[in-house]
Design a binder for this molecule. Structure first.
Ligand SMILES: Cc1cc2nc3c(=O)[nH]c(=O)nc-3n(C[C@H](O)[C@H](O)[C@H](O)COP(=O)(O)OP(=O)(O)OC[C@H]3O[C@@H](n4cnc5c(N)ncnc54)[C@H](O)[C@@H]3O)c2cc1C
Length: 418
């Protein structure tokens, strides 16, 4: 019987549900571990889970400066997809999507993964051509993709503006039926729970303030809860990647930007798929609580502030109303921001660093939530074997020296444009 199952709830009915144990322990840090993961977001926790489960490394810890999932994991719009075109990205994100499909069972924790489909809208013939090309590349890689006509989009998303007056007429769209959404907090909690059960120490309120390097090799970290030694250290700190790398004297091809999202008051079921606008930065899905979740573009300047600003909210809502006029009758419930580590080519960095024993998992730009299980899976392999897995070979830091960039969007070397 699973720890979290209907049978547990029924059994608990006889004991006023007093049988539940904390989902993870709250240990004090030990003076030394075999490996440390810095960052208790989805990526750090997934990495620790797969290190323990697949590579037999149990004497490890995750160090989190605040609370689990308090970074971008708990701030994102939860869209999961693998509609990538370039070889270096496509197989990695598809592996991640395959892991999502069995994740609740693997973790023994419901991450509420909902494959409701993701539709990218096209508003011109040129955009339809680009989506046909992307869809074909995906299908050649064994990834599901369907090119939708205008009428097929209308059948799935009738709330979009299909009138003659539409400011951005819809020509069609690209659908990935296996894409969808998941419950972000549950992803962090599920990985934490499963990693803890394998013996991983998850230590919250423990900020890493320094990285110890001796003769080009990492030896441990300084934290607000004392020094901790380890021969292997993985950084998975998203928006703070540059700050942590600087502690080991590394300067990375990453800029930090702010990204916002917002949610409306709850509604009855209104939209049962994910739609992204092709003529501006706006995307929408409906949460299980009924709120419409919207995301937008970057704020446009570098920042480490974890809060949003009103001009971006206005811009997102303008795009939303242009696409779905009915939205103008809604009230916004709240909005928030997260710090994005934007790379020069828009693709993540997962691999070794020039410092022996120090590994990097970052540069997730807008899209790291969908990568959470895949990222942890390949990062664990990279740390345990001291070499990348085939799936993250193209995602190494070296590509910024060799020029083998993965510019999925074709936006050039400008982090804010990816
Ligand atoms: C508004 C918004 C919308 C998004 N929408 C999507 C989406 O729809 N789909 C998608 O795929 N992605 C999306 N993303 C991106 C996605 O959220 C991130 O790429 C992903 O969650 C990164 O996960 P992580 O575990 O690497 O980072 P985080 O969850 O940020 O975890 C990093 C952790 O490191 C900790 N940390 C930092 N410094 C230190 C230190 N010195 N010591 C110890 N701990 C430290 C932080 O407290 C944090 O908890 C969105 C992001 C935002 C902000």
């Amino acid at each position: 019987m699973g720890e979290y199952s209907v049978w547990s709830v029924l059994k608990g009915g006889f004991t006023a549900q007093r049988h539940w144990k904390p989902a993870w322990r709250d240990p004090d840090p030990k003076p030394a571990y075999d490996a440390l993961i810095v960052g208790g977001g989805g990526h750090g926790l997934a990495s620790a889970f797969y290190l323990a489960k697949l590579h037999g490394m149990r004497n490890i810890a995750v160090l989190e400066k605040g609370w689990l999932g308090g970074g971008n994991t708990g701030r994102n719009t939860t869209i999961v997809r693998s509609n990538y075109m370039l070889e270096g990205n496509a197989h990695f994100y598809e592996k991640s999507l395959q892991l999502w499909e069995g994740l609740s069972q693997e973790l023994g924790y419901n991450v509420m993964f909902s494959q409701r489909g993701v539709i990218n809208l096209a508003h011109s013939d040129a955009q339809m051509d680009a989506y046909a090309r992307r869809g074909n590349a995906m299908r050649l890689n064994g990834i599901d993709a369907e090119l939708l006509s205008r009428e097929e989009v209308r059948a799935r998303a009738p709330m979009c503006d299909f009138s003659d007056k539409a400011r951005f007429p819809i020509h069609g769209g690209l659908l990935q039926p296996r894409g969808g959404t998941a419950r972000h907090d549950a992803v962090a909690w599920g990985f934490a729970h499963a990693a803890d059960r394998l013996g991983v120490d998850i230590i919250q309120n423990c900020e890493v303030t320094g990285i110890d390097v001796e003769q080009g090799r990492v030896t441990g970290v300084q934290t607000t809860r004392g020094a901790i030694k380890a021969p292997k250290i993985g950084l998975a700190v998203a928006g703070h990647t540059t700050q942590l790398a600087e502690m080991a004297s590394l300067r990375l091809p990453i800029e930090s930007h702010l990204l916002q999202a917002m949610v409306s008051e709850p509604l009855k079921p209104w939209i049962d798929t994910v739609v992204t606008f092709g003529a501006g930065h706006f995307y929408i899905s409906q949460s299980d609580k009924g709120g419409l979740v919207f995301g937008g573009d970057l704020d446009g300047y570098n920042s480490f502030a974890q809060r949003g600003n009103m001009p971006t909210v206005e811009h997102v809502i303008q795009c939303g109303v242009a696409l779905m006029p009915g939205l103008k009758r809604l009230r916004l419930l709240r909005h928030w921001g997260g710090v994005m580590d934007m790379t020069m080519d828009g693709s993540p960095i997962i691999g070794r660093t020039p410092v022996e024993g120090l590994y990097l998992n970052g540069g997730w730009c807008y899209g790291g939530f969908k990568a959470t299980p895949g990222s942890g899976w390949v990062f664990a392999h990279t740390i345990a074997q001291d070499r990348p897995h085939k799936l993250n070979e193209a995602l190494g830091l070296e590509r910024f020296e060799t020029g083998a960039l993965l510019d999925e969007r074709g936006a050039g070397p400008v982090p804010g444009w990816h």
